[in-house]
Design a protein around this ligand. Structure first.
Ligand code: NAP
Length: 248
């Protein structure tokens, strides 16, 4: 597979692991990030070491103007887009629904839902055969939380991922005839820095006994599922989900 892939939120965690695997498989990568320029720069250097082109682009996926600039930069610097990984996602400090205000909710939904819609829109514009593109693939990074609800921790985050599951099904059907496949992965408890934002950096170690496999997952294990869904090996797979949850 040799293509041009935008991976939102790929300065760290699952996105960064996906960027490296995408490069190993021969793809040019756009490393999008929000604030962490140094970390994004490190991922770009690793991709370049692997012999592939890469560009780091700071853009807030919840802001329409940023998203347009992100994809315009890719057109200019990397060439025709072949795939999007809608990976950027946030959560907030663990609490009950009764304590959640509109500011918190709007921020979570804007990044996790609106951001995915806007990036997918720009990707479909470029990849759909209906608009002159050569086809392509999108993977949305949902969460096992969309099935489990994350009670007492972040029901808002879980609900945003429920929206992503529905978005995946709807968009997949909408563009199926246009050469664009749309799928999702639902990671479980993965060792990344996202848990620190929830106020519990070591959350995975606390909850791992609830996982049938009795361990947390590594970002690289999620990246493998993402890259399979993007690959030609998944050519008849659309509107589907891979749970990367150790059986939970
Ligand atoms: P992470 O380590 O916290 O990394 C988040 C990434 O998203 C960073 O690159 C960050 O950029 C970027 N980002 C945040 N807000 C953004 C915005 N508005 N616009 C653009 N980029 C933004 O997260 P992760 O754990 O790898 O999670 C990646 C995805 O997997 C998320 O969608 C998450 O919901 C999902 N997921 C994670 C787990 C888990 O256990 N880790 C489980 C299920 C699902 P900066 O570095 O610049 O801040």
């Amino acid at each position: 597979m040799a293509g041009v892939i935008v991976i939102t939120g790929s300065s760290r965690g699952i996105g960064a692991a996906t960027a490296l695997l995408a490069a190993q498989k021969g793809n040019a990568v756009c490393v999008n990030y929000l604030h962490n320029k140094k970390a994004a720069g490190r991922v770009v250097s690793e991709v370049v070491k692997l012999g592939q082109s890469a560009v780091a682009v700071a853009a807030d996926v919840s802001r329409e103007r940023d998203v347009k600039r992100l994809f315009d930069t890719v057109d200019r610097e990397l060439g025709p887009l072949t795939a999007l990984v809608n990976n950027a996602g946030i959560l907030d400090v663990q609490t009950r629904v009764m304590n959640m205000g509109a500011d918190r909710l709007n921020k979570i939904f804007a990044t996790n839902i609106t951001g995915c819609f806007l990036c997918a829109r720009e990707a479909v514009k470029r990849m759909s055969t209906r608009s002159g593109g050569a086809g392509g693939a999108i993977v949305n990074v949902s969460s096992g939380a969309s099935r489990l609800g994350a009670p007492g921790e972040y029901v808002d985050y879980a609900a945003s991922k429920g929206a992503i599951d529905t978005f995946t099904i709807g968009l997949a059907k909408e563009v199926a005839e246009e050469g664009v496949r749309v799928n999702a992965v639902r990671p479980g408890f993965i060792y990344t820095e996202i848990h620190a934002a929830g106020g519990e950096p070591d959350r995975v170690d606390r909850v791992k006994e609830r996982v049938p496999m009795r361990r947390g997952g590594r970002p690289e294990e999620v990246a493998q599922a993402i890259m399979w869904l993007l690959s030609d090996e998944a050519s008849y797979t659309t509107g589907s989900f891979i749970d990367v949850t150790g059986g939970k």
